[in-house]
Design a binder for this molecule. Sequence first.
Ligand code: ADP
Ligand code: ADP
Ligand code: ZN
Length: 218
Amino acid sequence: MAGKRLILMGPPGGGKGTQAKRLQDRYGIVQLSTGDMLRAAVKAGTPVGLKAKAVMDAGQLVSDDIMINLISERIDQKDCANGFILDGFPRTLAQAEALDKLLKDKGIKLDKVIEVAVPDERLIERITGRFTCGTCGEGYHDKFKQPKRPGVCDVCGGTSFTRRADDKAETVVARLKAYHDQTSPLMPYYKAKGTLEVIDGDRDMDVVSRDLERVLGT
Ligand code: ADP
Ligand code: ADP
Ligand code: ZN
């Protein structure tokens, strides 16, 4: 089967989005970020967005039902036919079990589950320094990845940047707790299936990218 079908797991701010965007370009597969999908729904004021907003602002997890429907419909779209990277899904055991079932029903097999591991003490700094180009979505960081020309996006030349409402220190604590309580049990789940690869995400972005390519091959 052509393409690759991957899950990229890891804590909030661990570098999933950064790496998923690079894999998207490198392998011609599409990044499916449930966080981005939810933020788009909030912005558009859809029924899902209206339900999700307060939960996201509190740093908690949106209900499994909503998330499973969202991803099931998204995977059916044409651009996923050549492969995809799930970024931010699944985040609970119920989501992982539902994903197994829906992939089986659709006749899709996962190639790999990769955990980008980063210790908690790094994450606050990563998250509170994060900002994004408002035009093209390129990710930046106050300290680790500044635009080459201050105030101008390297990729599209845009000059407006955004910061996420939930990227403040108070909310990060709740997001880390949700990660440890609800998402970390997925590692033994995938480990038992023999599909889990763990990558050290506490290194330079380019080093992490090379390690991912090593694991994924050509
Ligand atoms: P996630 O999608 O897992 O929440 P991001 O990819 O958005 O994480 O990364 C969080 C922040 O940390 C961003 O500002 C990003 O530029 C920065 N970042 C990502 N990977 C690294 C890294 N390996 N070293 C330092 N900073 C990083
Ligand atoms: P992070 O930088 O924490 O990895 P995301 O952009 O993936 O952030 O997610 C932002 C928020 O969206 C989460 O804190 C949560 O409220 C919600 N969310 C995203 N994906 C899921 C999911 N699979 N299940 C439940 N909630 C989700
Ligand atoms: Zn841009």
